[in-house]
Design a protein around this ligand. Sequence first.
Ligand SMILES: [Zn+2]
Length: 165
Amino acid sequence: MQTLKYLTGYPSHLQARVRELIEQDRLGALLADKYAQPHAVRNDGQLYDYVQALKDRHLRKSVPLGKVLYDNRLQVVKHALGTHTAISRVHGDRLKASREIRIASVFRDAPAEFLKMIVVHELAHLKEAEHNKAFYQLCTHMEPDYHQLEFDLRLYLTQLEIGPR
Ligand SMILES: [Zn+2]
């Protein structure tokens, strides 16, 4: 049985359901239906403006933004989402120290909702280094659908790796 590396933190019944969708070759179409909206944030300058606008709306008083950029060396789960465990701590501290926001370049071509989700995630790290309760409260404050989007993003990354068949 294939390991769903993006979904290791999730309950096994959910993973079983996802395996079923993959076996039936339905995951890609399902995601394409649900997330049909692309975004126009193509380069680092546009990304900076996008992040700044969200920050102004929700976290005006937190530390000023440093650099904001797309990074094609970032592995989303290892560096951006963490794994629901202590590994994420390092990543949080690093971001806090530098106040720099790096977004994995896979998001350049991802649906608009997923870009927003990952930016919300990184903005929340400006205030909370760890993936704790306060951190996720900040995330859902900025994006009420945060948890569903993070789950669906993990499905999207899974599908990207499988590729079209
Ligand atoms: Zn994180």
